[in-house]
Design a binder for this molecule. Structure first.
Ligand code: CA
Length: 376
């Protein structure tokens, strides 16, 4: 279905198509050459589309929002101006967390957000964003592009009249900012922490009082002690919000969000109204955003981490192994509890887990063994 798929099936189809063309060529040689007919451009090729995209991000939010502005510019350029997308930040046109409904209803044609925001209304979609102790960005891409993940995501979104494509990944996030050290699992007990989604469900098992609040309130809440800890994204975004001034300890790794994938969302009817070449341009530009977003995160997180450690003297600490092991056990329980709630959740979880089982032995022998050999 997509140019992103390869494998033997494609080779066979290419071969058959080539063989077919060769046969057609031979047949043509045996007949007098016909006058080529002038190709009148079809109505679909002349039609221009002016679409709107609503995102869940603040205006100018680095990588997320800026990445989609670059996406829209590329689509316009690649389509010779036939598809023009105006990008609106969260709240400019649609409230950040109402993007799903707006796209489903066709109020806007496109959106950019994360499926775990819709866990309340469509919990079967949340694992397409990330899951505690789940897949890394590289493994996630393997699932989406070559492991059936993209097809499954399309299937699960279809009842909502939406089609989505991977279009950014944060990579492994940080574990968060804490105003006290975490040396044992018991240190989570009674902690007031902002940590949304399944990660929040996991730490709740360790006694954390999970608090939900908007991005704009986070710094003040941490500084005033309304919360004791928070997780946000990674060094680049966390440095911008100045959390190092409000909490002493910066923990890693972000076990709860090991490769958070953001989605380009398209109203399904609007998608089907696009000619094939524009669909392929959108799909290609989304895949490009997926790659460029991760690259930007990796490059800028490295710089920001240096600044946090060397300029602002943040104390960067790794969660103790025993703590991670206990959280991993809780994560399995939470994922099983979720999967038991509906056939859709079971289906996605089983597919996700089966792919993890296939990809992880290779990761162990490739990325992990190499990093260890390098001393990382
Ligand atoms: Ca996060």
């Amino acid at each position: 279905m997509t140019y992103l798929q390869g494998g033997d099936g494609l080779k066979r189809r290419e071969f058959l198509a080539t063989a077919g063309l060769a046969a057609a060529g031979l047949a043509a040689c045996s007949k007098p050459a016909a006058e080529p007919k002038p190709q009148a451009p079809g109505a679909a090729a002349r039609k221009t589309y002016e679409w709107k995209m609503a995102t869940s991000w603040p205006p100018g939010f680095p990588v997320f929002q800026t990445g989609m502005e670059q996406f829209a510019a590329r689509v316009k350029e690649m389509s010779g101006g036939r598809l023009s997308i105006r990008v609106y930040a969260g709240g400019e046109l649609i409230p950040p967390l109402e993007v799903f409904d707006a796209i489903s209803a066709g109020t806007v044609e496109m959106g950019h957000s994360a499926s775990y925001y819709w866990a309340g209304k469509a919990p079967e979609l949340q694992l397409f964003t990330t899951s505690p102790f789940g897949l890394t960005a590289q493994q996630f891409n393997a699932w989406f592009y070559h492991g059936g993940g993209l097809e499954l995501m399309h299937e699960m979104y279809k009842p909502y009249n939406i089609i989505t494509f991977p279009s950014c990944n944060t990579g492994v996030q940080m574990g968060g900012w804490f105003n006290r050290k975490i040396e044992r699992i018991e240190d989570f007990n009674g902690l007031k922490m902002r940590i949304p989604g399944l990660g929040g469900r996991v730490v709740a098992k360790a006694g954390v009082n999970v608090v939900l609040m908007a991005a704009g309130e986070l710094y003040t809440a941490l500084e005033r002690g309304t919360i004791d800890a928070l997780e946000w994204v990674g060094p680049y975004h966390d440095l911008k919000l100045g959390f190092y001034r409000a909490a002493k300890y910066y923990y890693y790794p972000g076990w709860h969000e090991p490769g958070t994938m953001l989605e380009l969302m398209v109203n399904l009817k609007a998608w089907e109204s696009l000619p094939k070449d524009l669909q392929m341009i959108v799909e290609a530009a989304a895949a490009q955003s997926n790659l460029l977003g991760l690259a930007e995160f990796d490059a800028k997180n490295g710089e920001a981490l240096n600044e946090l450690v060397n300029t602002y003297k943040a104390q960067v600490l790794k969660f103790p192994d025993e703590v991670l092991k206990t959280l991993h056990g809780y994560a399995r329980e939470v994922l099983e509890e979720e999967a038991a709630k509906s056939p859709g959740q079971r289906k996605v979880y089983d597919a996700f887990r089966a792919f993890a089982g296939r990809v992880e032995p290779w990761t162990r022998m490739s990325e992990r063994a190499f990093m260890e050999a390098k001393g990382l």
